[in-house]
Design a protein around this ligand. Structure first.
Ligand code: ADQ
Length: 458
């Protein structure tokens, strides 16, 4: 059997005590059999550019190979081109794109360095799976070093139509890099369509009937493969947490009131300001909910050295402060707000407590929080999911209350509907959602991708 090599910007090297962190680590857990290799950045920043050979570590039979980045490289490659150009572009935020040619050069250089460090570690039968927008040119760089293995790429963000993608300086080069992979995966049909339209309109290549693109004698297959969660495992964690100390404390603090929950990275793509505005409008338009519901927003700080993230934090501090100031009573606050991440088990328990899960990104590749919220519910008395139509998850989770996240009044209406929904309707919606979350798991995601990469049907 061939060995699986995963490549991602950050490598979640398991520490002896720490749990596996992050969506990707969880999603990959099933695919990573003993013997697999995970390659990428260590998360460490050094004063000077690091040398090429990777540092190796091993845990549970899985090898981890990492390289460091210098402070300068981190600024230009990670904060610069990756998160200051590609991230806003792929989330339809052209006004936030700040292109600088030196950052693009550094982005290419880091991808070259990844390829130089990875190529010597590869065996002839290895299957290589590259993740996300930081590493788009990696496949092409490996090919340039004579690597002939099957190489696949999965994009965790949305993909945009050519009218938006054209704004990217070097759009042709980025698209050509994507075409150097054997398989290019997207969460939704809409994102794949956007990619194939870009290839057609910007590169002038006609995709074939099976969503393939042939460039320079090599064919790239574009596939749709929605990511999922370990639904069974997450549901079990929620049940366990229900009996635990933190959930007990949380429920005691609610004193019989309803909990609404939002869980995100603190990111402008997540629609946090509009969401809190929506909650404020609920309290304004439906005073009967005052003192009966509290909104817990967990917004883990993220990418703090990018300007827009600092500005967003100020905007959130302000709207949270305004809402609390306006509506609080001496024994009730409308909003509870935390900017540090919660442990996964605690999170699972809090989702189960919450009468509504509010997932309203302005754009999102998938959004795993929506699936986690569904998995954590008690089927006998489930909460209601409010979901943005612009999350990839909305293509599957149609029984949620679907909202336009740009309209705080629509969010407020959905919150009112959720808080007043009868048990039978909550159960019926949850049954349908649960079936989908259990059908489209993390395991199915990786199996389907690897089958496509091996040239089999998923
Ligand atoms: P993210 O933008 O990080 O991921 P998301 O899918 O919502 O978004 O979350 C990933 C994981 O992080 C989830 O398991 C979630 O529970 C956890 N998480 C988020 N905020 C947290 C917090 N405050 N505390 C603790 N845990 C938190 C990118 C894309 C998404 C896509 C994923 C996977 O932007 O659209 O779904 O990759 O492909």
């Amino acid at each position: 059997m061939s060995r699986l090599v995963i490549v991602s910007n950050r490598v979640p090297v398991p520490t002896e005590r720490g749990p596996r962190a992050g969506g990707l680590a969880v999603a990959m857990a099933d695919a990573l059999e003993p013997g697999s290799l995970w390659f990428g950045w260590s998360g460490k920043r050094t004063a000077r550019a690091a040398t090429v050979p990777a540092v190796l570590a091993e845990a549970d039979g899985i090898s981890y190979a990492t390289i460091d980045l210098s402070d300068y490289e981190y600024r230009l490659f990670y904060s610069g081109f990756s998160n200051g150009v590609l991230w806003p572009l792929l989330h339809f935020r052209l006004g936030l794109v700040h292109y600088r040619s030196e950052e693009y050069q550094c982005y290419r250089a880091i991808n070259r360095r990844f390829a130089e460090a990875l190529a010597p570690l590869l065996g002839p039968d290895d299957v290589i799976w590259v993740h996300d927008y930081h590493l788009i040119p990696l496949g092409e760089e490996l090919r340039a070093r004579g690597v002939t293995n099957r190489i696949g790429f999965f994009l965790h963000t949305p993909f945009v139509p050519p009218e938006v993608f054209r704004a990217l300086p070097r759009a042709e080069q980025i698209l050509a890099s994507l075409c150097a992979y054997d398989v290019v995966g997207f969460h939704t049909e809409e994102f794949r369509r956007g990619f194939l339209r870009c290839v057609h309109d910007i590169l002038g290549l006609a995709p074939d009937a099976d969503h393939g693109v042939t460039m320079g004698g090599r064919r790239a297959q574009a596939i749709v493969d929605p990511i999922g969660i370990d639904a069974e495992g997450f549901a079990a964690a929620a049940e366990r947490a229900w009996r635990g100390n933190e959930v007990r404390r949380m429920r005691a603090s609610m004193a019989g009131r309803a909990l609404a929950i939002g869980v995100d990275r603190l990111d402008y793509s997540k629609g946090l300001v509009q969401r809190l505005d929506g909650f404020g409008r609920l309290l304004a338009q439906h005073p009967e909910h005052r003192q009966r519901v509290s909104f817990l927003q967990v917004a883990a700080r993220s990418r703090e050295d990018v300007n827009e993230y600092q500005e967003l934090r100020i905007a959130l501090d302000r709207i949270v402060g305004d809402t609390i100031g306006q509506y609080s009573e001496f024994d009730w606050v409308p909003v509870r707000y935390m900017t540090r991440p919660l442990r996964r088990g605690t999170l699972a328990g809090f989702y189960r407590v919450a009468r509504m899960g509010v997932v309203t990104p302005l754009r999102d590749g998938m959004n795993l929080v929506a699936k986690e919220y569904v998995a954590a519910q008690d089927s006998r008395d489930p909460g209601v999911l409010i979901l943005s139509r612009f999350a990839g998850a909305a293509e599957e989770l149609t029984e949620a209350l679907i909202v336009n996240p740009f309209d705080p009044d629509e969010i407020a209406d959905a919150m009112h509907t959720a808080l007043t929904m009868r048990l039978e309707e909550r159960q019926a919606r949850h049954r349908a959602l649960r079936e989908k979350v259990w059908a489209s798991t993390a395991r199915r995601f990786s199996e389907q991708f690897l089958a496509a990469l091996a040239g089999r049907d998923g």
